[in-house]
Design a protein around this ligand. Structure first.
Ligand code: HEC
Ligand code: HEC
Ligand code: HEC
Ligand code: HEC
Ligand code: HEC
Length: 422
């Protein structure tokens, strides 16, 4: 068989272009979905022990700061390393070192010391064993010392503390700076997000709460008057709760839902009924959902008959849509900004037989999709069942009565952030 010159030239050109694309791709494609910034590129060092106390484990701080310790234990910060979702994703990312700088950030919590990066590549660290590694300490995730211990001194919000350990006032405790390091992750090269992979800060800064001078702590660490250490004076401090997406009460606190039936409210067979579900971001200082790009809300309507058969259903999603491969591009998003509302209309033509007919409207919060969840279970060793869908609002209305018809309002307080407690 004779191969034409044209075919050879074409094949060689295709091969050359493919090789070039591959090499370029190798250079631009990052192993992680974010970029690295100076402030979290290194573990938090602990070279100088804190004098006056036996050690810096959370339970050791908890001997004197009893309530704060109990609160922290219930928070996701204390679980940031043991969190099964973190563990599964970390396995997927081949236990790359950088994750620990936010999920268990103290140097003694990490099995290695990172001396540098070969060719500046995040996945080519120059590692050595960490002689001060403490595996139990690692399990504490974002422990007290991650925020409070620097250079052998305990930093905090007060200027007049009288403690058995050295203390130092630092303004970062009463500003958003202390949250920024971990909660605003930058984009890497050739990653085109709108606001970064976790865009909580730009969402907050563009919104009404920062303009009013509020900070993250106002909602995520409710203010309280109490002794901050056993036997100490009563002071105004803050509960160490950091409630967020893993706590349905906190998510309920972010939204106000109104379900309204529009006029005319007929219940004649063949008539069309119109409902509107109005969702307002009345309680979050940033968009909902925020942070982790996996998070999303669904808004659903479902009509069922007396046998429970679904006659009509409708589902809308509120989230970011991101193309993850071959390069990361955020394509679209429809999340709700602080204080914004959105209407979700639903209509349905009533059938001949109205007996047992019901409409159910619901709003759910999803930590991740079922497909992702199943992938973590089948491919990445997620071995325990973890709750990952929370029903935030649910309302069932019979469609078989001629009257009366619902008009329901569910109010959520916006300003007091009480949903964050307990
Ligand atoms: C033996 C008891 C004890 C232990 C252990 C202890 N503290 Fe304290 N701490 C105190 C007392 C007492 C105060 C002062 C309380 C006051 O003035 O109201 C204090 C004050 C503080 C403050 C406020 C400092 C400021 O200037 O704003 C912080 C923050 C703090 N401790 C964190 C920690 C952390 C973190 C640990 C563990 C690494 C720890 N403490 C261990 C007793 C203790
Ligand atoms: C994610 C960072 C972070 C972690 C982790 C953390 N704290 Fe705090 N802590 C803060 C902030 C912010 C404040 C300032 C609260 C305020 O404005 O009063 C604070 C304040 C304090 C105070 C002063 C009292 C008060 O309420 O202001 C003490 C004592 C304290 N923390 C102890 C602890 C202990 C003990 C742990 C671990 C069980 C811990 N902290 C974990 C951020 C943190
Ligand atoms: C050392 C890094 C670090 C710092 C500092 C930090 N966070 Fe976090 N935070 C995390 C990580 C990591 C998680 C996710 C833990 C998980 O779900 O496994 C998290 C989770 C949260 C959540 C979500 C909890 C949930 O239920 O899903 C809230 C809310 C939060 N942090 C608020 C704050 C606030 C407010 C500050 C500042 C006072 C702060 N964080 C400081 C790393 C940090
Ligand atoms: C006006 C109150 C308010 C302020 C201010 C606020 N938040 Fe929130 N935040 C909420 C509420 C309510 C939720 C629960 C809704 C949700 O999870 O989407 C939440 C959720 C979160 C979550 C959980 C996201 C997830 O994974 O589900 C994180 C992380 C978070 N906030 C971080 C911050 C940070 C960082 C700041 C400051 C820059 C901040 N928040 C300011 C009210 C607030
Ligand atoms: C710059 C700090 C930072 C780094 C680095 C980081 N994370 Fe996180 N991670 C966070 C914060 C903050 C949250 C909480 C965001 C939220 O709740 O919306 C989080 C949340 C998560 C969650 C969601 C946990 C849950 O319960 O749903 C997973 C999974 C996760 N991170 C995995 C990783 C992995 C794997 C890496 C390394 C490839 C990594 N993270 C690196 C800060 C970081």
């Amino acid at each position: 068989m004779k191969v034409s010159r044209k075919t050879v030239v074409t094949s060689l050109t295709v091969l050359l272009v493919a090789t070039l694309l591959f090499l370029t791709y190798q250079r631009v494609h990052s192993r992680i979905i974010f970029g690295i910034r100076d402030d979290f590129s290194r573990a938090i060092s602990y070279d100088t022990p804190v004098p006056g106390i036996p050690g810096i484990r959370a339970d050791q701080c908890g001997n004197c700061h009893v309530e704060i310790y109990e609160e922290w234990k219930t928070s996701m910060h204390s679980k940031a390393y043991v969190d099964p979702f973190f563990q599964a994703y970390w396995r997927k990312d081949r236990h790359i070192w950088i994750c620990l700088n936010c999920h268990s950030p103290m140097e003694p919590q990490q099995p290695w010391l990172i001396k540098g990066l070969e060719g500046g590549k995040v996945y080519k660290p120059i590692k050595s064993d960490n002689p001060h590694y403490n595996a139990d300490f690692q399990l504490e995730g974002i422990t007290c010392a991650s925020c409070h211990v620097r250079d052998g001194v305990i930093e905090g919000p007060f200027e007049d503390a009288r403690a058995p350990h050295p203390t130092r006032y630092s303004p970062r405790f009463r500003s958003t700076d202390i949250c920024f390091t971990c909660h605003q992750v930058p984009s890497g090269p050739f990653q085109f997000y709108n606001g970064g992979p976790c865009s909580t800060f730009p969402e907050f800064e563009a919104g009404p709460y920062s303009k009013r001078g509020m900070i993250c702590q106002d909602c995520h660490m409710p203010s309280i008057n109490r002794a901050v250490a056993v036997g100490g004076p009563i002071r105004q401090g803050r509960q160490h709760l950091w409630r967020g997406g893993h706590f349905p009460e906190m998510i309920k606190h972010a939204v106000t839902v109104n379900l309204i039936e529009e006029e005319p409210r007929s219940r004649q067979p063949g008539a069309v009924v119109h409902f509107t579900l109005q969702l307002t971001n009345s309680g979050a200082g940033h968009k909902i959902p925020t942070g982790d790009p996996d998070r999303y809300f669904t808004i659903s309507f479902e009509v069922t008959d007396s046998a429970g058969r679904v006659l009509k259903s409708q589902e809308n999603t509120m989230r970011r849509w991101i193309l993850w491969w071959p390069v990361i591009v955020e394509l679209y998003e429809n999340r709700l900004k602080p204080l914004d509302s959105r209407d979700y209309p639903f209509q349905y033509r009533l059938p001949g037989d109205l007996k047992g007919l019901k409409l159910r409207a619901s709003v759910k919060y999803h930590i991740m999709t079922e497909a992702q969840y199943n992938r973590l279970r089948t491919k990445y060793g997620l071995s325990t069942e973890v709750e990952h869908v929370f029903t935030i609002f649910e309302q069932e209305d019979p469609l078989d009565t001629s009257f009366p018809v619902v008009e329901v309002e569910r109010e959520r307080g916006a300003s007091s952030c009480k949903g964050g407690r307990g």
